[in-house]
Design a binder for this molecule. Sequence first.
Ligand code: F6P
Length: 350
Amino acid sequence: MSAPTFGILTGGGDCPGLNAVIRAVTKKLLHDSRAKILGIADGFEGLVRDELRPLSFDDVSGILTRGGTILGTSNRGDPFGQIDKIRATYRRRNLEGIVAIGGDGSIAIAGKLSEAGLRFVCVPKTIDNDVEGTDLTFGFDTALGVVAHAVDALHSTADAHRRVMVVEVMGRTAGWIALYGGVAGGADVILIPEIPFDFGTVAAAILDRHKTRRFTIVVVAEGARPVGGDVVVQRIVSDAPEPTRLGGIGALVARELERLTGYEARVTVLGHLQRGGTPSATDRILATRFGSAAADLVESGQWGRMVALQGNVLVPVPLETVAGKRKLVPTDHELIRAAEAIGTHFGRPQ
Ligand code: F6P
């Protein structure tokens, strides 16, 4: 019997640790089953374009510590409309199945393609840590390191100038990076999408704090929104001078807190720094565990599953139970309660 052929792809926004998963999956499958592994270029787009290349031990050697992805990735829309081309690639390349490493978007696509009869095993990735069904995604720990380092560094300059320092971090719908990174950096105020914040109570907390302290550090997730939503945002934007109008929520928060408190405020947007560079040791380990577990599922023919970390145990979860869902921060999360108990403010309306 000829050796089976499996594909591997990375989809959606990149994150540190993708190469560590590619390495683990490829090495294990090459070693155990002498399978042929085809690396698919640029996520699902490579399946549409039929752009695949064989991966050898040499190709995946030395990539554990590299950020990005040796396969390339893409997050331009849903390729489901091109399923005929995907099926044609699948047949032409004799694929038994594909390991798809991706976040909620890629997992949803893999879920739909699985329902249409193609075979996928998924590995959850994203710095946002918002994939349903797993306690943790790789990439999150590396992003936290960037945020904590930035908040640490901003303390001294904030103190020197008696300023309010606003740090905008990633997280369009889930506030995990802001919450964990903010707590790790000792932020005074943390604003997340799950808790609409009230400018008045944040300003009051800052004024109260400045009776005994010289500065305040605010960590805000890019998806956080004030109580009153777009109406409040539009009012602040239209009052702002031109350069501020170009900024995101961080610039907006800094501007409004400066107006309400009278303290100078500055904003730092961490942006894609949070996604770049070498994965942390913790992410390298999680990515290797995920990759090895995904290869186990492939070898035992357990398609239509995502590998997940629950507690400290790796488990396969059916794609249909996680596809299309997002893991948000519960507003009574234990870490929020712990932070509130030591005086961290989440902008909850009084
Ligand atoms: O999904 C991860 C993420 O980092 C989000 O937090 C962020 O909003 C988004 O990607 C930005 O991605 P891009 O700029 O690559 O479209």
